[in-house]
Design a protein around this ligand. Structure first.
Ligand code: ADP
Length: 327
């Protein structure tokens, strides 16, 4: 008796189990199980093979379907209770992104509740930007799926409810700060008056009132970054994806950004933010630590400190990184 290797993926309402088993007949394969376990047995003249798969969630054992083709058995099991998307602004389910042979995002699953600040934290190259790009619908996952504001990604209907501040400059360098803001406002269908009102408030936030008529190309990197934040916030989105919004921003302004993010959260806006400044992540309601494409720990800043008996999130990260080992 020997084992059959299997892989498991979750979707919003199903669990998929794939097992490679060449040189058997469909008739040799037996499936059995419970709400939390699937037993696969193959018995033919060359021997008996079996495996017992512990399921990540409860399933309805009476609604399993199986398909065996070209040496691959695929079993689909319905979740006993469908995943609740109602209270979540973002749901990532077993997201994988490969670039060639390289796995940049490796089976990531997490939820961001409506009205919380969720921080993805990790060193450069750990897969944070790739994850955000998948959630914004800019990159297609290799497998897994994501739901944003209750809709499966990508869906153009969510675009006007989302603000995205990418790491790279997403503005017109040959336009002034004001012209970029007007451009973004018009793209999102704001009236002239709405744009004017929002512009004043946002220029105060990013402390660029005196640079309103300066070409973006003539601004410092930090100022360009701040303008990019204003463009993402202009149409008052319900959900904000902020990719390293405080990079190159001096400490005083970083503190005022965070106060503003907390104000937005208190108004019910959801924020998914990435940062590699571990100290500022204490402002997040929950944090996911990322390393080498995987989510290695998740919790509130306080929980992560308590669980690792550390005083700083940096040490908490290192503690998880050491226990998880390298790929
Ligand atoms: P982070 O945001 O945490 O710095 P990224 O998501 O940008 O990490 O990148 C994760 C890994 O994926 C890095 O090793 C990066 O070089 C790689 N990567 C990102 N985009 C591509 C791409 N288009 N082609 C190949 N590799 C990529």
């Amino acid at each position: 008796m020997s084992d059959i290797p299997v892989s498991i993926t979750e979707t919003i309402d199903e669990i998929h189990i794939v097992a490679e088993m060449p040189d058997v007949n469909r008739a040799d394969i037996r499936l059995a199980g419970t709400e939390s376990r699937l037993d696969i047995t193959v018995a033919n003249e060359s021997g008996k093979y079996s495996t017992s798969v512990t399921l990540p969630v409860r399933v309805d054992p009476h609604r399993a379907t199986a398909d065996y083709r070209d040496g691959v058995l695929e079993v689909r099991l319905k979740r006993a209770v469908p995943k609740d998307v109602g209270h979540s602004a973002v749901q990532a389910t077993s997201l994988v992104k490969r670039f060639g042979d390289f796995v940049a995002v490796d089976h990531i699953s997490f939820d961001v509740k409506k009205g919380e600040i969720y921080g993805l934290l990790g060193p450069n190259g750990s897969g944070k930007t790739t994850t955000i790009k998948i959630l914004c619908g800019l990159l297609r996952p290799s497998s897994g799926e994501a739901h944003v504001l209750g809709r499966k990604v990508p869906d153009t209907r969510t675009a006007s409810s989302i603000g995205y501040m990418p790491q790279e400059l997403a503005m017109y360098r040959g336009l002034t700060v004001h012209e970029n803001l007007v451009f973004y406002g018009e793209v999102f269908g704001l009236s002239k008056q709405q744009i004017e009102a929002r512009e004043q408030a946002l220029l105060r936030l990013i402390d660029l009132q005196d640079f309103k008529d300066t070409l973006v190309d003539h601004l410092s990197g930090g100022m360009q970054h701040r303008t990019s934040l204003a463009c993402a916030l202009l149409h008052e989105p319900q959900l904000l994806f902020l990719d390293e919004p405080t990079i190159g921003v001096d400490p005083d302004l970083r503190a005022s950004f965070w106060r503003y993010f907390e104000q937005l959260r208190d108004q019910g806006i959801t924020i998914l933010i990435t940062t590699h400044y571990m100290d500022e992540a204490r402002h997040c309601d929950r944090i996911g630590f990322m390393r080498e494409g995987r989510l290695i720990a998740e919790g509130s800043p306080q929980e992560l400190l308590e669980l690792t008996h550390t005083d700083s999130l940096e040490d908490a990260f290192l503690s998880y990184a050491q226990t998880q080992g390298a790929r």
